[in-house]
Design a protein around this ligand. Structure first.
Ligand code: ZN
Length: 307
């Protein structure tokens, strides 16, 4: 499912032109002569973020997941099968503009995405590119390479790509697999979070089901942005309990997603980031499955695993 669909915007107003140059098209456009610095005034607005289309929208198009310091974006209209663009949540022009801590978080995201794409696509090699000539808001392109692909030993040339790169229905499958693999990888990230959040180390198997859900609601869903706010860490606890009840009742991803969307619609003035809500729902269901597997395997408690 791609709730944002394709973004081949052919409008000709100023904002449409900006939208047309969004991340979703960057891979195809970076290699064209679209260097915005030839217009110093327009370039300055893009550099300082005041006219940056990503910052104006508050997130890129086609975001399928939110990681520590970045958004993962994928689109069917891609230069190669399994293509992903990772977009920094911080407006930064160059890598050295990021604070060291943010840069490290961005690189952790890069590694996670790299691992996931390699596994989902079966690529023989990954190519990584950072340009920002059209939109100087830090983003990294991931191009999976395949045995006997169109470009042999050369870089991908988006202008020469024979479209479509996906067979009918294939994109949705790969996109879902990427999200699922990211969610699975998150289990370990959650364990690292336990120390940071404190007081949550002693969950035992039953409690850990609720704990996982709390963690996902806080770190992924977080529709009102309370993660890290003092005294607000229990903000979603009542929601977590309701979600756990749903899960115990056999709810699937769609049902959990609908439940979260209803909360957002009724209490928070609408669902602002549907893909994030769906991603959170997917993680909740996966976390529950892991929890069940841990119980069945009689694995050590979470705190022991974390030590
Ligand atoms: Zn920006």
């Amino acid at each position: 499912m791609n709730p944002y669909g394709k973004h081949r915007n052919n409008g000709d107003s100023g904002s449409d032109i900006m939208a047309n140059q969004e991340i979703c098209d960057l891979a195809n456009r970076e290699h064209f002569d679209l260097s915005k610095w030839n217009d110093p005034i327009a370039w300055q607005g893009l550099l300082d973020g005041s006219t940056c289309p990503i910052c104006i929208r508050k997130q890129p198009l086609d975001a399928i997941a939110t990681l520590e310091a970045s958004w993962v974006t994928m689109q069917e209209d891609a230069p190669v099968r399994g293509y992903v663009c990772l977009v920094s949540q911080t407006h930064a022009v160059e890598l050295h503009d990021l604070l060291e801590e943010t840069a490290l978080a961005f690189m952790r995201d890069v590694q996670r995405v790299s691992k996931v794409i390699a596994s989902v696509t079966g690529a023989v090699k990954l190519n990584y590119e950072i340009h920002g000539n059209s939109i100087p808001h830090l983003h990294m392109h991931f191009f999976p390479r395949y045995v006997r692909d169109q470009f042999g030993g050369l870089p991908i040339d988006p202008r020469a790509v024979i479209q479509p790169v996906y067979a009918p229905g294939e994109f949705e499958g790969i996109q879902d697999a990427v999200v699922a693999a990211l969610a699975q990888d998150d289990r370990h990230a959650f364990f690292r979070h336990y120390g940071y959040l404190g007081g949550l180390r002693d969950w035992r198997p039953f409690a850990s089901e609720l704990g996982h859900i709390r963690m996902i609601l806080l770190t992924i869903w977080d529709p009102v942005g309370i993660l890290g706010a003092d005294g607000a860490m229990d903000e979603y606890d009542s929601y977590a309990e309701a979600v756990l009840e749903l899960i115990h009742g056999g709810a699937d991803v769609d049902q959990v997603e609908n439940h979260l969307v209803n909360i957002e619609n009724e209490l928070m003035g609408g669902c602002k980031k549907p893909v994030v809500t769906r991603f959170a729902a997917q993680r909740i269901v996966l976390a529950y499955k892991f929890s069940q597997q841990m119980k069945e395997a009689d694995l050590p408690s979470l705190s022991e695993e974390n030590s």
